[in-house]
Design a protein around this ligand. Structure first.
Ligand code: NAP
Ligand code: ZN
Length: 363
């Protein structure tokens, strides 16, 4: 396949490791198409990775189509990256050539703020995300994992403890850590009753993880057709969230609820499910503000919070936890040439539960 587009001029001037094949969106309306990008030569603490698999997150589509109004084109999406180390800088300690390695949503941060010092780079005000962030090395913007290789500082590169199903590991780098982090932070475990709301990609990871942590897990879904699959994935019970009677019966019985819903929904019906001191954590990001009734929170001292991906240390813990419990994402592997079709199917929720690009298809 020809990479017909040209490199941005500012990047040609810098030291790079040559032309890397990639797929990019050139504007909000254009389908993703072949494109050549520059990657830097590894510096002393950098790891160069040949990308083997890259998950397809809904954020990729949001950015490629400029739905968050912050895209700087060309956009090369992809932040669920698994591959093999091809080169390391002289000071790299964690990796050697040939190791499997992974990269998630972040590639740098300021490393000095209180968040970074607490291993929570995901909350650093100066975090550099894997694509569509300013690239301090080459100028322009960072390019993500829909490409053949990437160069990342070793601090932001994860070890892959289980290499049997690399495609299934890729989505752990976003969907996995986004659900693991709140479950872990709020100390979900044995003896607790946990609700997962919405069975999409995040929800399916939430079910697997909460179940492996030992909790009794209930899926709240708007889709009765998902009941069997939810049970296979680790739900002890499935409740249709649009059935007010079924919901009311469970009021005051949950220790923790993880809400992965991407659209506006009745948050008070969910808050009422919590016990005294129970917590509801939002990871799903509906567009519009939600109306929270004071009396959904006050009577039982309930907590209502949010959570965003997870820090690097915690991401490694999550990968180790998943390896120990045999957890990977359910995936549908596609060649990169099908990416535009995959985006259309993603919009119809026609995937169980994550598309993953086999990068061998990108020549
Ligand atoms: P997804 O696969 O589309 O799943 C979302 C699920 O929400 C759907 O499968 C559906 O589940 C439920 N849902 C959709 N519309 C609904 C409605 N109108 N009312 C009630 N339920 C509805 O999306 P995803 O990839 O899991 O992502 C979920 C959300 O997390 C997105 O908003 C995404 O932007 C966000 N996200 C956040 C972070 C973070 O760091 N916080 C990271 C990644 C993604 P049922 O059919 O089971 O009801
Ligand atoms: Zn993502």
């Amino acid at each position: 396949m020809g990479n017909t587009a040209t490199l941005p001029e500012q990047q040609l001037a810098k030291k790079t490791s040559g032309n890397t094949p990639a797929y990019a969106a050139q504007d909000a309306k254009a389908p993703l198409a072949p494109f050549s990008i520059a990657r830097r030569e590894p510096g002393p603490t950098d790891v160069q990775i040949e990308i083997l698999f890259c998950g397809v997150c809904h954020s990729d589509l949001h950015t490629a189509r400029n739905e968050w109004a912050n895209a700087v084109y060309p956009v090369v999406p992809g932040h669920e990256i698994v591959g093999r180390v091809t080169k390391i800088g002289k000071d790299v300690k964690k990796f050697k050539q040939g190791d499997y390695a992974a990269v998630g949503c972040m590639v740098d941060s300021d490393r000095t703020c209180p968040e970074c010092k607490d291993d929570l780079e995901n909350y650093c005000d100066n975090v550099i995300i894997t694509y569509n962030s300013p690239d301090k090395h080459l100028g322009g913007m960072t390019y993500g994992g829909y490409s053949k290789q990437i160069v990342v500082d070793e601090h932001f590169v994860l070890r892959v403890p289980d290499t049997k199903n690399l495609a299934g590991v890729a989505p752990l780098l976003c969907a996995g850590i986004t659900t693991y982090s709140p479950l872990h932070h709020w100390k979900v475990g044995k003896g607790q009753k946990v609700g997962i709301v919405g069975l999409g990609d995040l929800g399916h990871m939430g079910l697997k993880l909460a179940h492996a942590m030992g909790a009794k897990v209930t899926l709240f879904t708007t889709s009765p057709g998902k009941t069997e699959d939810a049970k296979r994935l680790g739900a002890d019970e499935v409740v249709i969230s649009k059935d007010p009677e079924a919901m009311a019966k469970l009021n005051g019985t949950f220790d923790f609820i993880l809400d992965t819903v991407s659209a506006n929904h009745d948050i008070n019906a969910l808050l009422n499910l919590l016990k005294r001191d129970g917590s509801l954590v939002l990871v799903g990001a509906p567009e519009k503000p939600m109306e929270v009734a004071a009396f959904s929170l006050i009577p039982k001292r309930r907590h209502f919070s949010g959570s965003m991906i997870g820090g690097i240390k915690e991401t490694q813990e999550m990968l180790d936890f998943c390896a120990k419990h045999g957890i990977t994402s359910d995936v549908e592997i596609i060649p990169i040439q099908k990416i535009n079709e995959a985006y259309e199917r993603l919009l119809k929720s026609d995937v169980k539960y994550r598309f993953v690009i086999d990068m061998a298809s990108l020549k």
